[in-house]
Design a protein around this ligand. Sequence first.
Ligand code: F6P
Length: 325
Amino acid sequence: MTAANKLGIAIMTSGGDSAGMNPAVKCAADYAAQSGYIPYLVYDGLRGLVADSIHLASRELLSGMMHKGGTLLRSSRSPEFFDIEVRRKAYENLKARGIGRLIVIGGDGSFRALNQFHSDFQIPFAGIPATIDNDIAGTDYCLGVDTALNVIRQSIDSIRDTASSFSRAFVVEVMGRHCGYLALTSALTCGAEICLIPEVEYNLDSIGARISAEISEGRSYIIAVVAEGTKMAEYVTRYINDSIGMEARLTVLGHVQRGGSPTVYDRMMAYQFAIAAVDALKAGETSSIMVYRDGTYGRVPIAEVANRKYRMDTALLKLAAPLAC
Ligand code: F6P
């Protein structure tokens, strides 16, 4: 196949960054080239698509990516993409380079934007789920989650050292937007005594009675993991301090959870999702999202992701109950 009749595929990252985006970009570009396409990289997310920040995926641009956290292509949240004239500019930029397909690595908001773009200009796209929140419907896993969980695990292990040394309670607020997946998984794997997430009802009075009984039996410190979506972290800290009577401190982990070198698991997932995305476009799919469900890789139409709400596994949610009462 000569360069002239090859087809361009542009690869971009969009929305909140997460570890695993860089390996996904590299694997998608390499595999697209092996499959006879010409891979391009879009810098700065949707904004870069409009501003024509589009570059041929050269060896130089693709090197040194696998171990880097965040996204080397950078990202943006760009409300201006709602404007059809702005989207037309993006289309003209792609057309000028012979780019007829897109791979977008990001969240469901980015997938919806690309779906609108496809309806407008018939540019097929494949979506790779990437967000530390793990809140995209249709898939059990989103890129970046394992790395974020390991950052949280390391932080809580460290906090435990000082909590036990000073006989204090620590409330650790973790990210996840409206989803409690990060908080619950961290609480279970770090041995927290308390966990509050938006999906599970909690009762502070019964938590207080349980913890007070444990204190009288010899418990000397407490770890409570609270999902940001509950907006309860400060309140719980005051409650433990004032009502349970144990000196309490609040640690908000914040954006540290979004950074860090991707774990081996995230690199492998990036690899699998990237190959699936190129294969989906090769097979003529126009708007599909890559998913990992019940241990199997697959793809679903955008509607299955965009029109549904993510629901956490009920068996996992059951494990939260003893930590919330
Ligand atoms: O969606 C990822 C996420 O990190 C959420 O967990 C968090 O609520 C939000 O993004 C923070 O957004 P920003 O980076 O715009 O402050």
